[in-house]
Design a protein around this ligand. Structure first.
Ligand code: ADP
Length: 191
């Protein structure tokens, strides 16, 4: 299996780029943010739980998130591999992911981080709010909190995979096409 983690702060373009990578490499895209939004849209118990945290820009508790991700991976036993977007978001989730994949005789192939300047991120998210309908995108206070959570809990996930020689950083600045091309180059070099 080829399992890629598309990593980076909120608004760094993970969802946009993941859609393009999926097409080229025929991997399954799994976005925990999208999964939560689907559950919230259907007012499921999981969605209602997630909403308590997402509306404040906080992380949804690990047991909820890891359980949901595990179910999703199990739904595609024939997959060639996964592109994970929005997961793992802390070290506990990284360890949980390694365990889930090793149970499938697999592992994380590579984490690729998109580097984007903080002010650019805030502007992108506010712009996305105009069309996304996401309440967590429309409020600058919530956005700033998401960025704080990223710095305090998520950024360290890069170091976790770097220790295993599996982490790479590329610039997430510039046009969408430019960034896609950087990703293609990076992924082609590891496959
Ligand atoms: P972003 O643009 O902030 O990266 P996402 O769509 O990936 O947005 O996630 C939206 C929200 O869903 C996050 O702010 C967080 O509250 C919740 N969430 C997504 N993934 C996770 C995760 N792995 N662990 C905990 N909470 C998560």
């Amino acid at each position: 299996m080829i399992n890629l983690i598309l990593f980076g702060p909120p608004g760094s373009g993970k969802g946009t780029q993941a859609a393009r990578l999926v097409e080229k490499y025929k991997l399954m895209h799994v976005s925990t943010g999208d999964l939560f939004r689907y559950e919230m849209g259907n007012d499921t118990p999981l969605g209602l739980k997630a909403k308590e945290y997402i509306s404040k820009g906080e992380l949804v508790p690990d047991e909820v998130t890891v359980g949901m991700l595990s179910n999703k991976l199990d739904m595609y036993p024939e997959a060639k591999g996964f592109i994970l977007d929005g997961f793992p978001r802390n070290v506990f989730q990284s360890e949980a992911l390694d365990k889930l994949l090793s149970d499938k005789n697999s592992a994380v192939t590579q984490l690729i981080a998109l580097d984007v300047e903080e002010e650019e991120i805030v502007q992108r998210i506010l712009k996305r709010a105009e069309t996304s309908g996401r309440k967590d995108d429309a409020d600058e206070g919530i956005i700033r909190n998401r960025i704080e959570v990223y710095k305090n809990e998520t950024a360290i996930v890069f170091d976790y995979y770097e220790k295993a020689n599996k982490a790479k950083r590329i610039s997430g600045m510039g046009s969408i096409d430019e960034i896609t091309n950087r990703l293609f180059e990076e992924i082609d070099s590891i496959l």
